[in-house]
Design a protein around this ligand. Structure first.
Ligand SMILES: C[S@@+](CC[C@H](N)C(=O)[O-])C[C@H]1O[C@@H](n2cnc3c(N)ncnc32)[C@H](O)[C@@H]1O
Length: 249
């Protein structure tokens, strides 16, 4: 079992080196005082994000033993760690069905016991999606998760457009490779494309919900879009890109 905590490192305020910029000092100070960072360290999760998925799942109960899950934007790996436990993909509970967790990220993913990791792989690339499909063999997914986030530019609208584009690529993949009844959970930074994303999800899923977990920093625009009960793919259906995204290269 992987024991290192990659992003739950804490430090004392007095340890912040003098040359640090104000923003990195603030980041370190926030990490130090964040109870979820401490909790992640204690419970051996790779980062505090684990608690967002745990919280969402305890509300909506979407992950169960035996399920097949795709985790997009998985690095460093805390959502995958949670998913592995909940779907029993490491077979720890011999009495329950064994699930499958596939984790994909542009960044390196250190091995996670019970997950198949596509490390340093861009989810949006067709060749990577072909690899994901080949791991699934002829089976379909029960849950598609995306905590993917682009490198933020700091320009709110542009960052929102970039993350919306990632969200639409997740919806497209999910509706093509999910079984009827499946769920999708996608992180976005809130903004002008939200209605279109909601429409894109609602077109294919029976229920749509927006979730902002307690463990998501309240000053962040991060929200989670949840589609439940995939209706199955109709030949005429398609995912519509938001107009503003055309301006994003
Ligand atoms: C907030 S982090 C995910 C944290 C993760 N859920 C966890 O719990 O450890 C967002 C991740 O999205 C990844 N990402 C962004 N764009 C991507 C893309 N096109 N393909 C794959 N991963 C991507 C980033 O590399 C980053 O690791």
């Amino acid at each position: 079992m992987y024991q290192r905590n990659l992003s739950t490192t804490t430090c004392k305020l007095k340890d912040i080196p003098k040359g640090k910029t104000q923003s990195s000092s603030l980041w370190l100070a926030r990490q130090f005082s964040d109870p979820y960072v401490q909790k992640a360290k204690m419970e051996n999760y790779r980062c505090r994000s684990a608690f967002k998925l745990l919280e969402i799942n305890s509300k909506v109960k979407m992950l169960h033993p035996g399920m097949k899950v795709l985790d997009c934007g998985a690095a460093p790996g805390s959502w995958s760690q949670v998913a592995v436990k909940l779907v029993n993909s490491n077979g720890d509970d011999t009495k329950k069905p064994k699930g499958l967790v596939i984790s994909v990220d542009k960044l390196p993913i250190y091995p996670i016991d019970g997950a198949v990791a596509l490390s340093r792989c861009d989810f949006t690339k067709p060749i990577i999606q072909e690899q994901l499909v080949s791991i699934l063999k002829d089976e379909k997914l029960d849950v598609v998760l995306s905590d993917m986030a682009p490198n933020a530019t700091g320009v709110k609208e542009m960052d929102h457009d970039l993350i919306s584009k990632l969200a639409n690529s997740v919806i497209r993949f999910a509706v093509t490779y999910s079984k009827p009844g499946a769920d999708v959970l996608i992180k976005i930074w809130d903004g002008r494309n939200r209605p279109q994303l909601e429409e894109n999800i609602s077109q294919f899923y029976s229920k749509f919900k927006i979730i902002k977990p307690e463990s998501s920093r309240q000053n962040s625009s991060e929200i989670f879009l949840l589609g439940r009960g995939f209706k199955g793919l109709k030949p005429s259906s398609q995912v519509t890109e938001s107009k503003s995204e055309d301006q994003v290269s």
